[in-house]
Ligand binder design. Structure first.
Ligand SMILES: [Zn+2]
Ligand SMILES: [Zn+2]
Length: 322
């Protein structure tokens, strides 16, 4: 595995020094639009009133992992990159799971992410740590008024599904439904199993607000950390990095240099030792017949990554996100 060259590091470092602290990419901060995002963080503090219990932690871990799968397999690998196929019904399941992470709708997410692949680490990339500064890349861009709209021009293939357009407009329904379900579950447990020490409010705080906040920063770390720290196997036109420990805790998304080299691949851990939990789940779903035509990295890309001479593998007509 080739590590990042000094030239690459210093290039990124200079760009960062020149732009650290730069304002977000246009439009000013939308404080009202950012209220839910900031409010979820603040609501975590309500634990001082609700307390915490082992069952709340367990349910929180479950909602975290399930929604992470909605983001990694659904929003990212399916909707952004179309790296496997599935039924229209399961497509909606993936969209709903992703939306329940409170990171806007599938069309909004996919539009911004495809734009990121097209403009990676240039001035037009709204979450580049080298172009926008680390904090803007991590979460500041979310608060920018300029980034609130769905970039419909980037997702014409997804716009033809009315149920996806509906969910994109009403994305807040998914986290609200999860919150209502968690509250009902907590109240039922409080009545039926009082020894567990939980309540409706406690499950909402721990399994919704804590879990959503952790998931925000895991997702954002791929945009910020994995464009600055880690190793570069491929000399891509951006600053993307493979950061092994981030890949472990983001279900494979930390193999970000691999991903920028060949976004068409569902698998982001290209070699057997590169842990990619999302990929393992997709493999199981393919065994069950729920997904199919799961695309992997091109053989030439694997050879290139293994240190052998690279060959051009991308057709000139292929869009940047495939
Ligand atoms: Zn990236
Ligand atoms: Zn991507």
């Amino acid at each position: 595995m080739a590590s990042s060259s000094e030239g690459e590091r210093s290039r990124g470092g200079r760009a960062l020094a020149a732009s650290e602290g730069a304002p977000e990419a246009g439009g000013g901060i939308d404080w009202l639009g950012g209220l839910p995002f900031l409010g979820v963080h603040a609501a975590c503090l309500a634990v001082v009133w609700t307390g915490v219990s082992p069952v709340a932690i367990a349910v929180g871990a479950l909602t975290l992992l399930t929604r992470m799968f909605g983001l990694t397999a659904g929003y990212h690998r399916y909707f952004c990159h179309r790296s496997f196929r599935t039924t229209r019904a399961f497509q909606f399941v993936l969209a709903w799971l992703g939306a329940s992470a409170a990171q806007m709708g599938p069309l909004w997410w996919a539009g911004h992410h495809r734009s990121h692949h097209r403009h990676s680490d240039t001035g037009d990339d709204v979450h580049s740590p080298s172009a926008q500064g680390f904090l803007v890349a991590h979460f500041g861009w979310i608060l920018s008024r300029a980034n609130q709209r769905t970039k419909a021009e980037w997702v014409p293939d997804l716009l033809r599904f009315p149920e996806l357009r509906w969910l994109d407009r009403n994305h807040y329904l998914a986290p609200l439904a999860l919150g209502a379900t968690l509250f009902a579950l907590g109240e039922w447990l409080a009545a039926a199993r009082p020894a567990l020490g939980t309540s409706g409010a406690q499950l909402v705080v721990v399994a919704l607000f804590w879990s959503t906040t952790v998931l925000y920063h895991l997702t954002f770390a791929v945009n910020s950390l994995a464009h600055r720290y880690g190793r570069r196997r491929y000399e891509t036109d951006d600053h993307s990095r493979n950061l092994w420990w981030l890949a472990v805790i983001t279900a494979g998304e930390g193999w970000h240099n691999n991903h920028h080299r060949y976004p068409a691949s569902e698998r982001q851990g290209f070699y057997w030792w590169e842990c990619d939990l999302t990929h393992y789940a997709i493999v199981v779903l393919s065994w069950l017949g729920i997904v199919w035509e799961v695309r992997g990295p091109a053989a030439a890309v694997l050879e290139e990554g293994a240190g052998r001479p690279s060959r051009p593998v991308r057709a000139a007509s292929r869009p940047a996100w495939r």
